[in-house]
Design a protein around this ligand. Structure first.
Ligand code: CA
Length: 227
């Protein structure tokens, strides 16, 4: 478990990132404005900070620079917008440790965060998020899965879909929210893509993929993972 500060002004990003970080077992504080973000970063103790670049009142760059000047040593990950190549260089020069470009997949982001946390504090990360369901075991950190003791392969996207459904087990998850949370904001992906991935996923985890009992279809809406 790590304490993470997220400074981000878009409510949808705040929610998505918080849900995923909390699912990974982290404790998340959120600030939406640059100056509040800096104050919180200076006042409280965190293991890692995630800073959006474009923020009201004070940019993520200014936060990094000022925080480093005042002796904040924790890993800092910047969220930069597409096309702002210069931002990456500037962010790293000012003292950020890594950056992720929007739109990003959550898999990539979580991998970067975990790498930064491991680097700054090896051995500290707690129990890995695991799905145990009937004869199925899936470890979302090591990206491994087995059914009835037999390992099966999944693509990163399949893992992410399953993970999202598992995070929202017994709830109806719309195709749109799967799209947003697994693919980010990639407009080239359609809800049909989601359906195709779910079909593949069922072939791996369902006893009878033609009559799914784990990931069921909610007609006209999306899917529900029954646990
Ligand atoms: Ca922003």
């Amino acid at each position: 478990m790590a304490r993470i500060l997220l400074v981000e002004d878009e409510p949808q990003m705040q929610r998505g990132l918080r849900d995923n970080l909390e699912f990974e077992g982290h404790e998340v504080s959120i600030e939406g404005r640059g100056n509040n973000g800096l104050q919180t970063l200076l006042r409280e103790t965190f293991d890692l900070a995630i800073l959006d670049v474009m923020l009201p009142e004070m940019s993520g760059f200014d936060i990094v620079r000022k925080a480093r000047e005042r002796g904040v040593r924790i890993p800092i990950l910047m969220l930069t917008a597409k096309g702002e190549e210069i931002d990456k260089v500037l962010g790293l020069e000012l003292g950020a440790d890594d950056y992720v470009t929007k739109p990003f997949g959550l898999h990539e982001l979580m991998a970067r965060i975990n790498a930064l946390l491991r680097r700054s504090n090896p051995g500290r990360l707690s129990a890995e998020p695991v799905m145990l369901l009937g004869d199925i075991t899936v470890n979302f950190s090591s990206y491994s899965g087995s059914k009835n003791g037999k390992e099966f392969e999944m693509t990163p996207k399949e893992f992410e879909i399953l993970k999202y459904l598992w995070q929202h087990k017994n709830e109806t998850v719309s195709r749109d929210s799967l799209l947003t949370n697994v693919w980010g904001y990639d407009e080239s992906v359609s809800t049909r893509t989601v359906d195709n991935f779910v079909l593949k996923l069922r072939q791996k985890i369902e006893d009878d993929p033609a009559h799914p009992r784990i990931i069921i279809t909610i007609h006209g809406t999306g899917y529900k993972l029954i646990a």
